[in-house]
Design a protein around this ligand. Structure first.
Ligand SMILES: C[S@@+](CC[C@H](N)C(=O)[O-])C[C@H]1O[C@@H](n2cnc3c(N)ncnc32)[C@H](O)[C@@H]1O
Length: 409
């Protein structure tokens, strides 16, 4: 069972739980990490023990080896990346994050390391920007806090604003938590997700063992869905959910806040971001020939806004490549199930489900049906407009999810 854009790993996890061989690709290192951790056979007691040790040693380094940490901070990144780190993290937070990362880097068991890398990431990438100075790391461009206070109330940055800017403070103020404490808490929280930490669950899993399918370790690696590293006609089932069109959710923009700590430079991350399906820039890409209806939708968007029309053209060109690859790797008689959302570009419905079906059919797929599922407005990732207008057909479609079945004969 394959997911060429594995995201948080739902498909790979389901494959694992049902005894299938799951294969997951993604170009985002954090998505891969999440998928790996979800399916790794980790022992909660061992993780708890290692987690404690990481905390103790990181604290010791902060107390006794600060000079070493400062030196490492100054030499860890190229100038541009270090500027980014300095802009978004206080010096105090940098020291603590580096102390933690040094301990995590030393772990030799890859699955254990991935568990702690994920916990580390989660203390930065939260909706409110975690231990960074970002006020928001969800779906908007991040803003930096101007007035920063520690948990004990002392002012870390923006002292000059303390007296006069009462009005500005609520929007630009951040109470910064200690990375070491946040890390401890996050490890505890993530431990709850491991079966062994829950005695009852453990007992249940033993009882169910005889009936449970044999678990097969999934294959999760970095790869571009437009060029799958798989042989022709080798896959039994694809279940995937591609990104939205035209940069609707820019995963990499937020993820780089933690990925720089893993040793990536800003330059590398910018290159990775270019490979993301649904980006806005079209300068480096060849736009594909597309079928009639899809072209019409693109032209409609372009007639109002050339840039938006081009980015939609980019999206459909990239998805054409992905669908071609899916067709190539699927065995005959097997299917790809693609779950998509729709989006509006400059007041135009981008008609994602029908355009993707048209592209798929041109490639050779048979599309017997498109299923529709209503979404809870509050659970939709992408904002569908500030005002809810139930009479608007477009808005209604924004609250639906489409399940397209692509069948290879
Ligand atoms: C909508 S999410 C997938 C959601 C997923 N089904 C889940 O359960 O979380 C889309 C994913 O596609 C990935 N992606 C974007 N461009 C890609 C590409 N060229 N190759 C592989 N993955 C890509 C993104 O990094 C993101 O993780």
């Amino acid at each position: 069972m394959l997911d060429p854009m594995a995201g948080s790993g739902t498909t790979v996890l389901e494959a694992f739980l049902s005894g299938r061989y799951g294969v997951g690709f993604d170009i985002d290192p954090l998505a891969l990490l999440l998928t790996k951790v979800k399916t790794a056979p980790l022992s909660a007691s061992r993780i708890a023990c290692i987690g404690k040790k990481i905390g103790v040693q990181a604290r010791q380094a902060m107390e006794k080896r600060q000079d070493e940490l400062w030196k490492q901070l100054a030499s860890r990144w190229d100038t541009k990346t270090y500027e980014f780190v300095n802009y978004w993290f206080t010096k105090e937070a940098q020291l603590a994050l580096l102390a933690l990362m040094r301990e995590i880097d030393q772990l030799s068991d890859e699955a254990v390391k991935a568990f702690f890398q994920l916990a580390f990431s989660a203390i930065i990438i939260t909706k409110s920007g975690g231990v960074s100075l970002a006020l928001d790391l969800a779906h908007t461009r991040p803003h930096r806090a101007k007035y920063v206070i520690a948990e004990d109330g002392h002012v870390i940055a923006g002292e000059e604003l303390a007296g006069d800017a009462v009005k500005r403070k609520p929007v630009l103020t951040k109470k910064l938590r200690s990375p070491l404490e946040e890390f401890d808490k996050r490890v505890q929280q993530n431990l709850q997700g491991l079966p062994e930490s829950n005695a009852k669950q453990m007992q249940l899993s033993w009882e169910a063992e005889a009936d449970e399918p044999r678990k097969i370790t999934p294959h999760v690696v970095r790869s571009d869905a437009k060029q799958l590293p798989l042989d022709n006609s080798t896959v039994d089932l694809i279940v995937t959910s591609p990104p939205y069109a035209a940069n609707a959710i820019d995963y990499m923009r937020a993820h780089k806040f933690s990925l720089v700590w893993f040793g990536y430079s800003l330059g590398e991350l910018t290159e990775k971001r270019k490979e993301c399906i649904g980006g806005e820039s079209v300068s480096h890409l060849l736009l594909a020939q597309l079928p009639t209806q899809t072209n019409k939708v693109i032209e409609e968007v372009r007639s109002d806004n050339d840039k938006k029309g081009k980015s939609l053209h980019r999206y459909y060109s990239e998805m054409k490549q992905v669908l071609q690859e899916m067709y190539r790797v699927l065995k005959p008689g097997k299917a790809a199930i693609v779950v998509v959302g729709n989006s509006v570009l400059g007041h135009h419905d981008t008609q994602i489900p029908s355009c993707l079906s048209e592209i798929g059919e041109e490639i050779g797929f048979c599309v017997p049906k498109i299923g529709v599922r209503n979404l809870d407005r509050n659970r939709r990732m992408m904002p569908a407009g500030a005002k809810l207008d139930l009479s608007s057909q477009i808005q209604q479609r924004m609250h639906q999810e489409y399940v397209i079945g692509f069948y290879k004969q």
